[in-house]
Design a protein around this ligand. Structure first.
Ligand SMILES: NC(=O)c1ccc[n+]([C@@H]2O[C@H](COP(=O)([O-])OP(=O)(O)OC[C@H]3O[C@@H](n4cnc5c(N)ncnc54)[C@H](OP(=O)(O)O)[C@@H]3O)[C@@H](O)[C@H]2O)c1
Length: 258
């Protein structure tokens, strides 16, 4: 592996690393040599992913039960991580949820659930890990969405949270450049994961629409995130910060084909 992309000796925390995009990122960073901490609610799923990554790449993988919408869970992470690893070099804020309904039908509790998980969870995780990251310099990768830039009728809370991820990313990048911490975001397009299964079922024409509009002619898969995440976690991106990169097969660059 080129020195530029080598992550041997690094420890990466990945929230929501037991499924979909987070699992694809965990696989990519482990392949580059990084030890991994998976933080999510379903500990059995996390243990399964941990065991399979350890076997596949001979790296150390820890699974933690964490609800990122619960501040106590987040602030307790450094203590738990210390039982296995001495430090954290890379933080991937990937855990996310969506509630689909028209804005006028959102309850206050539903709004809070989405914002607390996607946005506040990301902020608190960054803040909690800052002392570690600032010791020797570090990398933060936040996960946004197409809805970071586009509106969508049934995802007001989700879009608000993901739009804010782009601005949070910029602000942390500016604040923590002095500590040699680079903070960037990946904005996924339509990716085939458990999160989008429901949309495919609810909208039978969605598949056709995506294959037509996306210049790559297909849905993304979790493996599409291994490369971009490894780049943003590695020395190769040391002079890039505050940036948001679409990982969408060109979907955001294209209009409907007519
Ligand atoms: N799939 C897409 O097309 C798409 C597009 C744009 C953006 N994204 C973003 O990509 C990220 C990953 O989504 P995905 O598509 O891979 O969905 P997914 O397969 O449903 O994965 C979501 C992950 O987040 C974790 N999670 C959810 N709520 C959590 C909480 N409160 N605390 C800790 N972990 C939590 C889940 O683990 P547990 O259930 O075990 O907690 C799971 O590992 C999300 O931020 C999502 O918004 C996805």
């Amino acid at each position: 592996m080129s020195e530029l992309f080598n992550l041997e000796g690094k420890v990466a925390l990945i929230t929501g690393g037991n499924s979909g995009i987070g699992k694809g990122i965990a696989d990519g960073l482990a392949a580059a040599g990084s030890d991994i901490v998976i933080a999510a609610r379903d500990i059995e799923k996390s243990h399964d992913v941990a065991t399979s990554l350890e076997k596949k790449y001979q790296v150390n993988v820890m699974a933690l039960t964490v609800d990122v919408s619960n501040e106590d869970d987040i602030t307790d992470m450094p203590r738990k991580i210390r039982s296995r690893f001495e430090k954290i070099d890379i933080v991937v804020n990937n855990a996310g949820v969506n509630i689909r309904k028209m804005p006028e039908d959102f309850s206050s509790a539903e709004w809070d659930q989405v914002i607390d998980t996607n946005l506040k969870g990301t902020f608190l995780c960054c803040k909690t890990m800052y002392p570690d990251l600032s010791k020797t310099g570090g990398k933060v990768i936040n996960i946004g969405s197409m809805t970071s830039v586009f509106g969508s009728a049934k995802t007001a809370a989700y879009s608000a949270s993901k739009g804010a991820i782009v601005q949070l990313t910029r602000s942390l990048a500016v604040a923590w450049a002095k500590d040699n911490i680079q903070v960037n975001a990946l904005l996924p397009g339509w990716i085939d994961t458990p999160l989008t299964v429901g949309s495919r079922q609810t909208f039978p024409t969605l598949n056709e629409h995506i294959e037509q509009r996306c210049p790559a002619g297909r849905w993304g898969i979790p493996e599409d995130f291994a490369g971009p995440a490894t780049f943003l976690a590695s020395k190769a991106s040391d002079f890039i910060t505050g940036e948001s990169i679409f990982v969408d097969g060109g979907y955001s660059q294209s209009t409907l084909i007519i």
